[in-house]
Design a protein around this ligand. Structure first.
Ligand code: ATP
Length: 347
């Protein structure tokens, strides 16, 4: 298994910068997720790691070897697209062994590897079945088996669960993660789905408009978003981000000075904002004055939509929480209150 490092990687398509000067490190054996909305550059980054796209500048290192100019076939990396494409007229055994037969591997070794992989994926009983007769989950296991059997140095997966319905997706995701725990293969998994990313990743990199805005564990991304985009994109509802002023190193918000963990020195930003997650706001007898506009009950939580002079603030409370009357006050948990200058956290 391999460590993957991207050093100052950039990809231009004509004048358009699809991936901007990006650095990241995927440790050996890590389950690493690339998360971001459509068009942010995830697939392009993955294709550069695979060798299917040549970077405009920067280096790609696999275990300290510079592979930037190597072709895909020279990199020993499995690129898994959506887990569909199988040969329907062949049985499971033939589908899984296909890449090994292409390599002209000895038949005794092929047999052994197919046995090992089918055991791992719990599809031994299906080896003689035609894939056209299999249920969706088993088909995906076979498709995965065909990648695993090659024993590549790393797996790159681009939205492999594609358009599956939510329940099946969650099930397959869990299976993929369990499988990863068993084979410990370095895996880079691309998704636009934050739940998928936060549930399964060791590390997540969040991309926005071709740029890496934060890399961290799911907890780090949730508790301390380094960019307002991460605050918005992760969490449901996302972080509240409202304009504030910085005066004498202090945060002025709604006519009050907010307690802060940061001493703010630089002030020449074109905009400054305060960020607080809905989970870290409490009702109180005094504090910031708000008006309650709407309460939605999800069964597990209440989402309370409030308004102050600076804009809307969402609050997340337990389903059993008592909601104050229309005009009330709120306070922010200091530990999770952040200030952003031009969208980047001020620390
Ligand atoms: P999606 O999930 O929709 O695929 P993504 O985050 O994977 O999104 P990319 O496919 O990497 O995004 O695309 C990033 C940007 O680069 C997009 O604006 C896309 O249109 C552009 N792009 C990708 N490939 C090419 C290409 N070959 N030529 C020109 N532009 C491209």
């Amino acid at each position: 298994m391999v460590e993957i490092v991207l050093q100052n990687i950039q990809k231009n398509f004509g004048d358009f910068i699809a991936v901007k000067n990006s650095n990241l490190k995927v440790k050996t054996g890590e389950f690493f997720v690339m998360l971001g909305p459509s068009g942010c550059g995830k697939t392009t980054t993955l294709r550069m790691i695979a060798g299917l796209e040549i970077p405009t500048s920067g280096n790609i290192m696999l275990d300290n070897n510079n592979v930037t100019s190597l072709r895909a076939s020279q990199r020993d990396i499995a690129f898994v697209f959506q887990l569909f494409a199988l040969y329907p007229h062949l049985n499971v055994e033939k589908n899984i062994s296909f890449p090994l037969r292409m390599q002209k591997m000895k038949s005794s070794e092929i047999k052994e590897r197919v046995r090992e992989v089918s055991q791992l994926l719990r599809i031994e009983h299906l080896l003689k079945s035609k894939v056209s007769t299999l249920a969706g989950g088993d088909r995906r296991r076979v498709a995965l088996g065909r990648e695993i059997v090659r024993r590549p140095a790393a797996f790159l997966m681009d939205e492999p669960l594609g358009t599956l319905d939510t329940e099946f997706r969650e099930k397959m995701c869990l299976e993929l993660r369990k499988l990863h725990n068993r084979i410990q293969a370095t895996t880079v998994y691309v998704t636009h789905d934050q739940i998928e990313a936060l549930t399964f990743a060791d590390q997540v990199v969040v991309m926005h408009e071709g740029q890496i805005v934060q890399t961290g564990t799911p907890v780090e991304l949730f508790e301390k978003p380094k960019h307002t985009f991460v605050g918005h994109f992760i969490g449901s509802p996302g972080m509240n981000i409202l304009p504030c002023e910085i005066k004498n190193g202090q945060i002025n918000f709604e006519g009050k000075i907010l307690p802060s963990n940061t001493s703010i020195k630089k002030t020449n930003f074109s905009k400054t904002q305060v960020g607080i997650r809905p989970e870290f706001i409490n009702f109180s007898n005094d504090g910031i004055k708000v008006k309650i506009k709407r309460v939605s009950d999800t069964g597990r939580h209440k989402v309370i939509d409030t308004e102050c002079n600076s804009g809307r603030i969402k609050i997340l409370a337990n389903a059993s929480a008592e909601i104050p009357s229309e005009n009330t006050h709120i306070t922010f948990d200091q530990k999770y209150t952040y200030v952003y200058g031009d969208d980047w956290i001020i620390e």
